[in-house]
Design a protein around this ligand. Structure first.
Ligand code: PMT
Length: 394
């Protein structure tokens, strides 16, 4: 849990989306992040202090002049304590106040007094969003603070348009982006993930057990570390990660095409996908019927995408492969490192409990030409951090 112990101050203002912030608080607290909440007067009409206090296990703040609070000079202590202040939902009113430097309540004074980053997440009716005075205020706020824009959708008032609070999972991810050191800032990173699907006929296919979890964790972590990330993914049940260029593919041939669309533009390429080694020689146009006899399928080998990348990638780029092994883990992975001309290979034993396919954890060894680091069992996200730390050191 890389964000454990961080301090987030959430300012909730008076919009209907305020109730969604309760879910956001749950996600943060589950990751052992400390959450303090400031409610504006209007926010208290939408969510109660009792709800927030129960979710955060912390006192809830709204009164600038409370005697319980003021000996510590409330707005200053919260402003200093915060690793990040998040204002969500941010109404047109709070945006206007901050744009004008108004400090007339606990939230506006805390924002004014902080040296920490502040993230505003506006949410409102589409006409309020389009209002030119609001847009001018927002432009001013954007000069000094980060703004996560609302999304388009059906709004609580019944109108359709821009103004909806983004999904809380995406807000949670944006918070993690704000809290992360930019280790690979501005680098272009390509990640592949998931299985490939090789069709036999219109209803059947050959594939494997990859869930995409390893590759998606790498993509999310690369984004948090400041990279511009493209994720090429085979079919998975996972949610499309926030803030990432996402390319959905089916077969190894599709993945090959997608990878080579812009291969020379990438600084780091990591192939975590489980590409099917074989595909049917010919896909049947119609469903193959039962015949009462055995059936033989002719398979041909798929293109080795990784090997091809090693020849055609940008000079100076880093190429990382994965090795899914069931025996002689290190020896087999070292062979792949040489054969495929990689800079690094991440070896995982897919037969080991808690490792490899579908689970949230992995035990891996990171192997380079002069490097062998055997890591303990950890979450796929933590492994992704280790991979970027190690390959970035060189
Ligand atoms: O998706 P999850 O459920 O989270 O599971 C994670 C994982 C087990 C899929 C992942 O950790 C992993 O090991 N990925 C690589 C799987 C694999 O195909 O390994 P391999 O040893 O067969 O291939 C070696 C490397 O060559 C891999 O980087 C693979 O992407 C690449 N390859 C393989 C075949 C092929 N035709 N083209 C390739 O580019």
């Amino acid at each position: 849990m890389i964000f454990k112990g961080k301090n987030i101050v959430i300012g909730i203002t008076g919009g209907i989306a305020a109730y969604k912030i309760c879910d956001l608080i749950r996600l943060l607290v589950k990751d052992e992040i400390n959450v303090d909440v400031i409610l504006t007067k209007a926010a208290k009409e939408f969510v109660t202090p009792l709800t927030i206090q129960t979710l955060t296990s912390n006192p809830v703040y709204w009164d600038m002049f409370s005697v319980d609070f003021e000996p510590k000079i409330g707005h200053i202590s919260l402003a200093q304590k915060a690793d990040l202040i998040v204002v969500a939902p941010a109404t047109a009113d709070i945006i206007a106040k901050v744009a004008s430097g108004i400090c007339d309540d606990l939230l506006t004074t805390t924002i004014c007094a902080t040296k920490s980053p502040v993230l505003f997440i506006p949410s409102m009716n589409v006409n309020m969003w389009d209002n030119p005075i609001f847009q001018e205020n927002l432009c001013k706020v954007k000069k000094f603070y980060k703004v996560m824009e609302p999304v388009e959708g059906l709004l609580a008032c019944g109108d359709y348009g821009k103004g909806k609070l983004p999904d809380v999972e995406d807000i949670f991810e944006e918070i993690k982006i704000c809290l992360s050191k930019k280790l690979i800032d501005g680098k272009r990173v390509l990640i592949t993930a998931g299985p490939t699907v090789e069709e036999i006929d219109p209803v059947r296919y050959i594939s494997n057990y990859s869930s995409g979890k390893m590759g998606y964790a790498l993509a999310k972590v690369a984004k948090r570390l400041g990279a511009d990330v493209t994720l090429i993914s085979g079919p998975t049940a996972l949610r499309k990660p926030y803030g990432i260029n996402f390319v959905s593919i089916k077969s190894a041939d599709d993945m090959h095409r997608a990878v080579f669309k812009d291969i020379k533009s990438f600084d780091i390429i990591i192939m975590a996908a489980a590409v099917a080694d074989y595909k049917p020689m010919k896909k049947a146009d119609k469903k193959i019927k039962k015949s009462g006899k055995s059936l033989t399928l002719d398979l041909v080998q798929n293109v080795d995408i990784l090997k091809d990348i090693s020849v055609k990638r940008k000079k100076g780029s880093l190429l990382v492969g994965f090795a899914a092994e069931t025996e002689s883990l290190i020896e087999n992975a070292q062979k792949k490192l040489i054969e495929k001309n990689l800079d690094y290979i991440v070896a995982n034993d897919v037969k080991e409990e808690g490792s490899g396919f579908q689970v949230d954890t992995n035990r891996a060894a990171i192997i380079g030409k002069n490097l062998l680091v055997k890591l303990p069992l950890m979450s796929k996200e933590d492994l992704a951090y280790k991979i970027f730390e190690l390959i970035n050191k060189g």
